[in-house]
Design a protein around this ligand. Structure first.
Ligand code: E4P
Length: 216
């Protein structure tokens, strides 16, 4: 399973990249706004800065919701760097645009996936990735991991090539569950990734080794 970090914060991206296990980055308009990125040039420059930090797929989201607007924006984003993946919302014009990008050799991430039906449509359009938002599904009282399992099962049967990018991850346990459920990628903030490091028996064991090492 690939690990992407879900942030537009350059320091957090650097910290995750320094671990040596980072395969890419996802962003969205909310994450960009959180970093105070405003205006077309600043947005494009920020994506370029991220591409310089990580050698892997970088999702950059379009803001348009009509076919022509999505295609025009996506072409500009894709021209920034070969690692840019154009992130497109799961709407009718989004699906049309994903098909256009697929036919024109531009990678895509279909975002805001909340059902298996939406996942099938994104895969049929040739999306490189699709992003089920499992944390938001859990927040609403459904089961996000179950959706990942369902999509993974359908994709195995149908042979779809689109990668399942588990998004909206809230905890280290979510990452483990997504790995077991068949997600190809998980994207999450830095904390859940660092959470995978933690176990009290590791801390106790290391303290004992260091104590005994002092006697050697
Ligand atoms: C991923 O592509 C999404 O931008 C992100 O995971 C959404 O996460 P949230 O539900 O924590 O905002």
């Amino acid at each position: 399973m690939k690990f992407f970090i879900d942030t537009a914060n350059l320091n957090q991206i650097k910290e995750a990249a320094a671990l040596g296990i980072l395969d890419g980055v996802t962003t969205n308009p909310s994450l960009m706004a959180k970093e105070g990125i405003k205006g077309k040039d600043a947005i494009l420059n920020h994506y370029k800065a991220i591409c310089e930090l990580v050698d892997g797929d970088i999702s950059a989201e379009v803001l348009s919701t009509d076919f022509e607007g999505i295609v025009e924006e996506g072409k500009v984003l894709a021209a920034l760097h070969p690692n840019i993946v154009v992130k497109v919302p799961m709407i009718k014009d989004g699906i049309k645009a994903i098909k256009w990008f697929t036919d024109n050799g531009i990678k895509t991430n279909c975002t805001l996936i909340f059902s298996a039906g939406q996942a099938i449509l994104a895969a049929k359009a040739g999306a490189t990735y699709l992003s089920p938002f499992l944390g938001r599904i859990d927040d609403s009282g459904w089961d996000g991991v179950q959706l990942i399992e369902e999509i993974a099962g359908i994709f195995r049967v149908q042979g779809f090539k689109t990668e399942i990018l588990a998004a909206s991850i809230r905890s280290a346990n979510h990452i483990i569950q997504c790995a077991a459920a068949g997600a190809h990628v998980c994207t999450c903030p830095l904390d859940p990734i660092l959470g995978l490091l933690k176990h009290p028996l590791t801390d106790i064991g290391l303290a004992k080794f260091l104590e005994d090492a002092a006697k050697m």
